[in-house]
Design a protein around this ligand. Sequence first.
Ligand SMILES: [Zn+2]
Ligand SMILES: [Zn+2]
Length: 642
Amino acid sequence: METEGKEDKEKKKKTDEGGERERGRDVSHGTACFRELLQYLLYGPLVAKAIYSRAWEGGKEDELWCLHLLFLFVLRGLIHQLWWSFSSMLFLTRKRRIVKEGINFKQIEREWDWDNFLIPQILIGAMGFCLFPSLRALPPWDLKGFFIALLLHVGISEPLYYLAHRAFHSGELFRHYHSLHHSSPVPSPFTAGHGTPLEHIVLSLAMGLPLIGANVIGAGSMGLLYLHVLLFDFLRCMAHSNVEVFGNGFSETFPFLRYLICTPTYHSLHHTEMGSNYCLFMPLFDALGGTLNAKSWPLQKEISSGKNIQVPEFVFLAHVVDVVSSLHVPFVFRSFSSVPFRVIPFILFCWPGAFLVMLAMWAWSKTFLLSFYNLRGRLHQYWVVPRHGFQYFLPFAKDGINDQIEKAIMRADSMGVKVLSLAALNKNEALNGGGTLFVNKHPSLKVRVVHGNTLTAAVILNEIPRDVKEVFLTGATSKLGRAIALYLCRKKVRVLMLTLSTERFQKIQKEAPADCQQYLVQVTKYEAAQNCKTWIVGKWITLSEQRLAPSGTHFHQFVVPPIIGFRFDCTYGKLAAMRLPPDVQGLGMCEYTLDRGVVHACHAGGVVHFLEGWTHHEVGAIDVDRVDIVWRAALKNGLRPA
Ligand SMILES: [Zn+2]
Ligand SMILES: [Zn+2]
C-alpha cells in the first residue's frame, strides 16, 4: 500500500520548493507577527503625542496634527487594500487582467512588508510639523495652493521622477536599487509600495515637493495634504493594479488625455518590457524623452475590449464552509489567505460584515470565479457556489443548491471546460447522488463531472500501514466507507464495520468476492474496537467514544469537519489531501486549513482525471477496482501525499 519509497521522499524534499517556503513561513510565523507588531510600535510616539495633547492640553487645535498624520496613514493603507480587493475580485476583473499569470506564494512572501515605506514618510511629516510650528495652523482648504501644487507636480516632480527612474534602469543602479521592485512578475497594488529605501526617497521627494512649494508660498492647507498624498497613492496603486480600468475608446476619444494619465496597461508594459514607459503618472514625459512604448495604446484597447480571455480546462467547484472561513479568500486579505486558515482575533471583527455578505449571496449571487493557477500550460480555476456549509443541511435549500451546481456545469460545458470536480458537499449523496443527478439529466455533456473520491479513498488507504490485520471503520456504509471496506477485505484485512443497519452491511458484504466476505464484520458498538489500534473515522465521534480506543491508536479520518483530538496517548491523521506537482504556477491561496501547495484529495482527483484525459464521468459509488489505478496515475503526474 505504501508505494512511495525512501528515494521518492528524498527527491520530494529537494524539489518541492512550495513546501520549503511553506515551512519557512510556518516556523517564522510567530516571529513575523512579532516583527510586524514592532513595526507598528514605531508609530507609538505619534499616538502618545496625540493622546497627551488631548488629555493634558485639552486637544488644542494646533496639536491635532498628530491625529491627522495617523489618520492619513490609515487611509493610505486602506487605499492599497481596496485596490487589491478590487483587482483580485476575478468575477469582476477577469476579462480586463493585463498579465494573465497568477500571483504565487513567492511574490506574496517578497511583498509581505509592502507597507514599510509608510513609516519613514509619516516620520518625515511629523518632523515637518515639529520644525515648522506654523504648519500646525494650516487652514482646511486653499484653492490657490491646489493649483500651485499641480504646477509643481507637472513642472518638477514628474520630470524629476522620470529622470531618476531612467537612471534606476542603468546597470549597477538597477541591480542594487530597482530590481527589487521589478522582481514581482505580476504587478499588484502592493507592488507599488515594494521598493528599496533609495526609491522611496525619490518617491517621497516627488510627492513632497509640491506640498512644500504650496506651503512656502503660504497657500498650504490640510485639505491639500490629504488630497495630494491620497491621490498619489491612488494613482500608483491603479498603475500597478494589473486591471485595465479605462474604456477601449480611451486613447481615441481623448487623444490628449492619454498623455496626461498613465493607464494600468501602460505601467504593466514597463514591468514586462522594462526599456520603456518610465513616467510617474504622465506619459507626456516618455513621449518627450523618446521612451514611449508603441504598444501602449493598442494593447490598452485590446485588453479593455475584454475579448482576450483564456478558457479554463479544469474547474474545482467549491462552496463556502462557514462565515468566518469565508474571509479566507484572496480579495479580503492576501496575506491571510496565503497561509492555512485558522481563526485569529482580528478576523472575528469582520464577522458581522461576512454574515451580511452571506445573506446577500443567498439572495442574489450566482456561482463565481474565485481564484486560479496554471499547471503545464493549462488554466485551472476555482469556482464557488455561493452557499455556506450549513445551508446544505436545510431541506428547503436543496433545490436551489442543485440548481446552482447544474448551471455551473452547463456553463463549464458551453465554455469548453474538460473536467469539473465537485468539492465537499457539492457531491453530497443526499443532495445529488454524488453528481449522478446531473450526468443522468444531461447525457450529452462534454465536460466530465468528477467527485474525486476514488483518490480520497486511495489517499486514506495508502496511509494505513501494510502490516495492519484489523481496522475499525465508522461511517462504514457511506460512499467512502464502503470503498475502504471493500478494498481492505480484498487485502485480507479484517474490517470491523460500525453500523446498526444489517441490511446495508449485507449489501456491501455481498459486493466483496466470496473468499473475502468473512473479513467484513458488522459491529454495532464502539466497545467492539477496544483492542483495535487502527480507527478509520468517517463519522464525528465524541470524547467518550474516543476513550474506548486502546492507547497508541491512530485515528485516520474522512469526516468533515475533522474530529477533535482529545486523546494525548493517540495520534490523529489529517483530512485526505495531496500536494500539487512542484511545477504548478501562480498559486497564492491556501485551500482552507491545508498547507501551501496542498489541495483536498477530491480536488487532486479531478486534476488527475484531467491530466490523464479520462473520458468517463466519476459520479455515484466509488469503483473499487480503480483505487490503485487512480493512485498510481496521481504519483505518475507528480502529485504527492501531503
Ligand atoms: Zn522600473
Ligand atoms: Zn512599477
